[in-house]
Design a binder for this molecule. Structure first.
Ligand code: PLP
Length: 365
């Protein structure tokens, strides 16, 4: 049994082969087709395909015109990349606490961290469960802040029946190797405002409008650049994989959600296990299924001895030196760091695998 599974569909392989045989692997028709399909199937808007989730976060933050001294508030229960993307702009990441029972940003703690230097909020949808976007966007509006959602875990998640990627100023997705839809590496930035969308499309490719800059008789594109750009575009080979893997995502997501329901039903009330909250107004993509357990080390040993891989996946990043590593006061984050553990969840698990996981947890440790 694998903890994560890199799923590459037959369609992805055949599309990638077709692209390789076409001898055009740079950003072209397939990446545009992927953006259209991504918008249609997931319900996101103004999607710009990029080469990683990290570049999607950075580009979104860059579009806010942040400068040194500006602050962006985020929870620490995430991967390092969320904080690094803020540092890349020159701004300072400011960590707030999480809710112990969801791993998502705590609204009260967020409110306390807002200062005159705050420019944006970056909620992370931990494990795929959407953060409280209604409250977050309300607070952002009251304080004239931007919101950029880190949706690396939340492909296909919904909040109040709206797809993640259709709600806030910016939403960043990841199509990295172990994400539910992989491009090998890839990402997408969804923008609320058309002006941001157009600027993102230019800045992902050095500041050049790739679609509008035609090649002249001299053999070079005709372009003018008036703003710093990046090399962040998704190429057609990656887009072929993403497009092919997106094609069966809805059925894989259905399977993952049914495994999550089985875990939730079966593990409720097991001594030493606290389940994370499910919320009636949002649906998780269940990239992770996290338990809060007593005696975590014993739990890990028990699961491993039964051939069941488990992992913490992400521990609070506020401990890291790059972020000064001095925040100790987030009670829920520290408790979460000590007790959380993720059990396998992906569409490659058989019913037998799921039963084995449940059985091993129920036996105790
Ligand atoms: C929460 C979170 N944000 C951002 C990233 C970065 O995405 P990528 O690896 O595609 O750059 C990841 C994972 O890789 C992640 O888990």
């Amino acid at each position: 049994m694998d903890f994560f599974q890199t799923t590459v569909s037959k369609k992805a392989i055949s599309l990638a082969k077709k692209t390789l045989e076409s001898s055009f692997v740079s950003a072209g028709k397939v990446s545009i087709q992927f953006e259209k399909e991504f918008q249609k199937q997931i319900g996101v808007r103004n999607a710009v395909s990029l080469n990683s989730g990290t570049s999607s976060l950075h580009l979104g933050l860059h579009l806010m015109n942040l400068k040194k001294g500006d602050e962006v508030i985020l929870p620490a229960q995430t991967f390092l990349a969320s904080g690094l993307a803020i540092l890349m702009t020159g701004a300072t990441p400011v960590f707030c606490d999480i809710e112990y029972l969801s791993g998502n940003i705590c609204i009260k703690s967020l409110e306390k961290k807002i200062t005159s230097r705050t420019k944006a909020i970056m909620p992370i949808h931990y494990g795929g469960l959407p953060a409280d976007l209604g409250e977050i966007n309300k607070i952002a509006k009251q304080n004239k802040l931007k919101v950029i959602e880190d949706a690396a875990h939340a492909l296909g998640s919904t909040y109040k029946e709206k797809p993640i990627g259709s709600i806030s100023d910016f939403t960043a997705f990841s199509f990295q190797a172990i994400k539910q839809v992989t491009a090998g590496d890839g990402g997408a930035l969804c923008c609320k405002k058309i002006s941001d969308y157009k600027r993102a499309k230019r800045l992902r490719w050095f500041g050049i409008d790739r679609e509008a800059s035609k090649v002249s008789i001299l053999g070079e594109r005709v372009f003018e650049v008036d703003e710093l750009g990046f090399k962040y575009h998704m190429n057609d080979l990656a887009a072929s994989l993403a497009l092919g893997n997106l094609s069966n995502y809805s059925s894989r997501l259905k399977r993952v959600r049914s495994i999550a329901s089985k875990y939730t039903e079966s593990l409720k009330g097991v001594p030493g296990v606290q389940l994370l909250e499910t919320k009636h107004d949002r649906e998780s993509s269940y990239w992770l299924y996290t338990l809060l357990v007593d005696n975590r080390e014993n739990f890990i040993k028990k699961m491993l001895s039964n051939g069941i891989p488990v992992s913490v996946v992400h521990q609070g990043i506020d401990r890291l030196k790059i972020f000064n590593g001095k925040i100790k006061s987030h009670i829920n984050q520290r408790k979460f760091d000590n007790n959380q553990i993720c059990i396998p969840i992906h569409s490659g698990l058989t019913n037998n695998d799921v039963d084995r996981v449940i059985g091993a947890v129920k036996e105790g440790w």
